[in-house]
Write a protein that binds this ligand. Structure first.
Ligand code: C2E
Ligand code: MG
Ligand code: MG
Ligand code: MG
Length: 277
C-alpha cells in the first residue's frame, strides 16, 4: 500500500533518494575537478590574542569555487570527500596553499601564524610526516608559524599514530590544537598525555554563553583544567560583545568568531585588526 501511495507521488522517497544520489555524484565531480583545476580557495579568519587584542594567527577555511564562480562551504563537500577517500588529497592541497601564504608573509616580515585543519584519514597516511616536511621544503614556510587543528575525536581515534605525529611536530616546531573540544567526551587524560598546545572549545558552548549559566560553568571548568595542564585556550563562535565579555572574564586567551571577523579571502584580510570592546 505504501509503495502504491509513494509511486503516485512526485516526492516519493525513491525519487528524492535518487536525486540526492545524483546531487552527491555531481558534488563529487565538482570536488574532483576543483582539486585538479586548483579551484579550492582558502578563506582566512583571524584569531585574536586577548592579552594584546591583536591577531595572533588566522584559521585557513577551505571554499570550493564552483563552475558558476560561487563559493561553496565545506559542509557541502567534506562528507563526500570523506566517503570518496579524498580527504588526504584535500588536506594536502590546503596545507600547501597555507604554507605558500605563510612563506609570503615570512618574506614580508609578517609574524601572523596560520592554522590548518587536518583530518584522521590524512594523519593515518603512512607518509604524512614525510609529505609535511616535503611541503615545508617546497614552500619555504616557517613551521614555527603553523598550527595544525585536529578534531578531538580524530586525534584519539588512533592514539599511537597521534602520539608519534605530535612528537614529530614538537621537534619541528609546529603547534597542535584540539578542535571542536568538549563535544567528543574526551577525557582530560588525553589532553594531559599528548603534546597538545591549544584547546579549542567548540562553538556550541560559546554561542549562548552570555545567556546560559550552565554553558558558562562548563566552559569555565574546561578553561581551568586546560590551564592547569599547561594548555592555551581558544574559543570559537563569538558572535556578540556579551559572549566576548564572558569568555574574557573566565580567562580565555584567544577568541575567534563573526563578532570579531568573518572568514575573508586573502585580498580582504586586514592583519592590523585591533580588537576594541
Ligand atoms: P572548524 O574547524 O571548527 O571551523 C570553524 C567554523 O566555524 C568555520 O566554518 C567558520 O567559518 C565558522 N565560524 C567562525 N566563527 C563563527 C561564528 O561566530 N559563528 C558561527 N556560526 N560560525 C562561525 P566553515 O568554514 O564552514 O568550516 C566548517 C568546518 O569544515 C570546519 O570547522 C572544519 O571542520 C571544516 N573545514 C573547513 N576548512 C577546512 C579545510 O581546509 N580542511 C579540512 N580538513 N576541514 C576544513
Ligand atoms: Mg578548525
Ligand atoms: Mg572548530
Ligand atoms: Mg567545527
Amino acid at each position: 500500500r505504501g509503495q502504491l501511495y509513494y509511486a503516485a507521488n512526485d516526492d516519493s522517497p525513491d525519487d528524492s533518494s535518487r536525486s540526492s544520489r545524483h546531487q552527491k555524484y555531481r558534488m563529487k565531480e565538482q570536488l574532483l575537478s576543483a582539486l585538479n583545476d586548483n579551484r579550492l580557495v582558502l578563506f582566512y579568519q583571524p584569531i585574536v590574542n586577548l592579552k594584546t587584542n591583536n591577531i595572533s594567527h588566522c584559521e585557513c577555511l577551505v571554499r570550493l569555487l564552483d563552475s558558476e564562480s560561487q563559493f561553496i562551504d565545506p559542509a557541502q563537500f567534506l562528507g563526500i570527500a570523506s566517503e570518496s577517500g579524498l580527504l588526504p588529497k584535500l588536506d594536502y592541497s590546503v596545507l600547501e596553499k597555507a604554507m605558500r601564504q605563510q612563506s609570503l608573509w615570512e618574506e614580508s616580515g609578517i609574524t601572523t601564524g596560520l592554522s590548518i585543519n587536518v583530518t584522521a584519514p590524512t594523519l593515518e597516511q603512512a607518509d604524512f610526516q614525510q609529505k609535511f616536511d616535503e611541503l615545508l621544503q617546497l614552500t619555504g614556510a616557517n613551521p614555527h608559524r603553523l598550527i595544525l587543528e585536529i578534531v578531538e575525536t580524530d586525534a584519539i581515534s588512533n592514539l599511537n599514530i597521534t602520539r608519534n605525529l605530535l612528537n614529530h611536530f614538537k621537534t619541528v616546531g609546529t603547534q597542535i590544537a584540539f578542535d571542536d573540544f568538549g563535544i567528543g567526551f574526551t577525557s582530560f587524560e588525553y589532553v594531559r598525555d599528548l603534546p597538545v598546545d591549544f584547546i579549542k572549545i567548540d562553538q556550541s558552548f560559546i554561542r549562548f554563553i552570555h545567556e546560559r549559566e550552565q554553558d558558562r560553568v562548563l566552559v569555565k571548568s574546561m578553561v581551568e583544567m586546560s590551564h592547569s595542564l599547561g594548555k592555551k585556550v581558544i574559543v570559537e563562535g563569538i558572535e556578540n560583545r556579551a559572549a566576548l565579555a564572558v569568555v574574557k572574564e573566565i580567562g580565555v586567551e584567544y577568541v575567534q568568531g563573526y563578532h570579531i571577523c568573518r572568514p575573508m579571502p586573502i585580498s580582504a584580510l586586514d592583519l592590523s585588526l585591533h580588537l576594541r570592546y
